[in-house]
Design a protein around this ligand. Structure first.
Ligand code: SF4
Ligand code: SF4
Length: 344
């Protein structure tokens, strides 16, 4: 049975959860909206928050992360594991598109390969979703198998029903946490009806649509169409924003920083949009910009469906909102040519 909480009581709810978790909530403290450690009092984000610029993936795959330290002694190099605080995270207010992105990242970091750095944080986290009431013009989540209030990929889901939030337990983890959280009222039939209305209204506000029918095969057929990819890439300035801030992108680089025999190995976000990303001693297989743009599009809409049977794009719209030259992935997907079988 769903619960409910007054919007005025959200601070109290977060305070309770803070006793058990490091609570992350939307913040603009650094000038850019991101999930940041909650300050213990401010819930003004409930007024301004549409979505964060920096996606919540940053809490699980940080922009820069220490992997281990090392030092050299008479027996050679010695490895020290990274210091961990082991604190559990509760991400409050994650949007359904970004929660879906986490499920997509799990396919790479858990199913294809077990990444201990990512998994330690992911397994210890609780995702509390907050349904969108005001999707952006650039959002197209309803075309990508999710919606502004989809609870599928969170542990607990909050739906705006006016002065209150309807609170749904989604997973066993969410159920357990809500059972331990005192002070929540039972939702009434009327609250459930309000939540249904709120869901329908939000769904209908997502006006941008994208038809992805057959896109994997169309991209496969168009892979060598240099003219199409050159046109598609023409205005891109390779700034990397659309990949660094995409909630499903995960390219990273690994470096060592060594001073007098002591060092740190760390990984940091990188982008397939950068010319140096694939540079090797003898050659660079993606030296031309069109090859890099093709990689970005095909990785999401062709390679990921081939590997995991899912498109690695959730329609969050960040790459459209944040691109300095108005490059638009929905226009690109819609313009992939339909090849006639057997034609070159
Ligand atoms: S944000 Fe725009 S300009 Fe920058 S790499 Fe992406 S498509 Fe190119
Ligand atoms: S490709 Fe664009 S719309 Fe799709 S998940 Fe990434 S940033 Fe969002």
């Amino acid at each position: 049975m769903a619960k409910k909480a007054s919007k005025k009581d959200v601070a109290q709810l977060l305070k309770k959860w803070s006793q058990q978790f490091a609570v992350l909530a939307p913040s603009r403290e650094s000038g850019v909206a991101a999930m940041a450690e909650w300050d213990g009092k401010d819930t003004s984000f409930l007024e301004w928050y549409r979505n964060t610029v920096v996606p919540p993936k940053a809490s699980f795959l940080p922009p820069m992360e220490e992997m281990f330290r090392f030092h050299k002694d008479e027996e050679g190099y010695q490895i020290e594991p990274p210091s961990r605080n082991g604190q559990k995270q509760l991400v409050f207010g994650i949007r359904p598109c970004d929660a879906r992105a986490m499920a997509i990242l799990d396919m790479t970091f858990e199913d294809a390969y077990q990444d201990p750095y990512y998994l330690e944080k992911r397994k210890n986290a609780v995702l509390v979703g907050l349904g969108c009431t005001n999707p952006c013009q650039s959002c197209f989540c309803t075309s990508m198998g999710t919606s502004p209030t989809d609870p599928t990929d969170v542990d607990i889901m909050l739906i705006d029903i006016g002065d209150h939030f309807l609170i749904e337990e989604v997973t066993a983890k969410g159920k357990e946490l809500l059972a331990k959280t005192g002070g929540l009222k039972e939702a009434t039939k009327n609250d459930e009806a309000e939540a249904k209305k709120s869901r329908e209204t939000a769904y209908n506000k997502v006006s941008r649509k994208l038809d992805t029918e057959g896109i994997k095969d169309k991209l496969l057929d168009s892979f060598d169409d240099e003219e199409f990819w050159s046109q598609t890439a023409a205005k891109c300035i390779s700034c990397g924003i659309c990949t660094l801030l995409c909630p499903t992108c995960y390219c990273f680089d690994i470096n060592d920083e060594v001073v007098k025999g002591e060092g740190t190995r760390f990984r940091s976000w990188d982008s397939c949009g950068f010319p140096l990303y694939t540079k090797m001693p003898m050659e660079n297989p993606r030296s031309e910009k069109w090859r890099r743009v093709r990689q970005k599009v095909c990785h999401k809409y062709e390679f990921y469906p081939m590997a995991f049977d899912v498109i690695a794009c959730t329609g969050c719209g960040r790459c459209i909102r944040l691109c300095p030259v108005n490059w638009d992935i929905t226009q690109v997907i819609e313009s992939v040519p339909e090849k006639v079988k057997g034609a070159k």
